[in-house]
Ligand binder design. Structure first.
Ligand SMILES: O=C(CO)[C@@H](O)[C@H](O)COP(=O)(O)O
Ligand SMILES: [Fe+2]
Length: 224
């Protein structure tokens, strides 16, 4: 079963972004955290920066929007060529309409859930999405500790995806390390965002392989 590793450039050196993008060229996708200082208490960058990242990145972009009003802003990221655009269920006015509009532009559509957001209301939306992101920390900052209490939610999503025979990637984001990736894989994740665990390593390529192999060993048989 494949295990996708998406390093988060929140842990990169922002003034050496191009160099740090080269350091993760062996990864599957580069995870790009957009924060607006409203939806989360932190600020990163917007479309102008993401367009430059898209232009120089050796691998495609997995954009994670931690912003208010994604119904208004998300399409711009698809238009600049992002491979996937994930917005938060807590912030979107019409998640299904937005997913369809993103897909019409050619991007994969992702739905993200904060740790406290229940999964029940989201299950019926699964057929509309290409991926679901289960936040395993409170969104806003890198370097936090993995929250194991989010795992039952992931396991429920995995059961629902498998039961319906859907091809929906299940992504975890926050506090993913060589240890916590095992728990996340066992509970149904097939796509793993890791910021600090990748960029703190001296040899990022070796670290990406280690994370990928560790996840693959423990991945749930239903993983997409
Ligand atoms: O979306 C977020 C944080 O809100 C993440 O993508 C973090 O950037 C992950 O960083 P680590 O926890 O792996 O350091
Ligand atoms: Fe993220």
């Amino acid at each position: 079963m494949p295990a996708r590793i998406n390093p988060s450039i929140l842990a990169a050196d922002f003034v050496n972004m191009q160099r740090d993008l080269e350091r993760i060229a062996s990864a599957d996708l580069v995870h790009v955290d957009v924060m607006d200082n409203h939806f989360v208490p932190n600020l990163t960058f917007g479309p102008q920066m993401v367009e430059r990242i898209q232009a120089v990145s050796p691998i495609p972009l997995d954009v994670h929007l931690m912003i208010d009003d994604p119904d208004r802003w998300a399409l711009g990221y698809a238009e600049l060529g992002a491979y996937s655009v994930t917005f938060h269920a807590e912030a979107a006015a019409d998640p299904v309409r937005l997913a369809r509009r993103l897909q019409a532009i050619g991007a994969r559509a992702g739905l993200a859930l904060k740790p406290g957001t229940p999964v029940d209301d989201v299950l019926e939306l699964l057929p509309e999405f290409d991926q679901v992101l289960v936040m395993t920390v409170e969104p806003g900052f890198g370097g936090q500790s993995f929250m194991p209490e989010t795992m039952p939610k992931l396991a429920r999503l995995r059961s629902a995806v498998d039961a319906a025979g859907l091809d929906v990637w299940l992504q975890v984001d926050g506090g993913i390390t060589e240890e916590t990736i095992v728990t996340a894989a066992e509970n149904g994740a097939d796509t793993f965002v890791a910021g600090s665990a990748v960029f703190r390593a001296e040899n990022t390529e070796r670290q990406i392989s280690l994370l990928r192999d560790t996840a693959a060993e423990h991945i749930h048989p239903g993983g997409n």
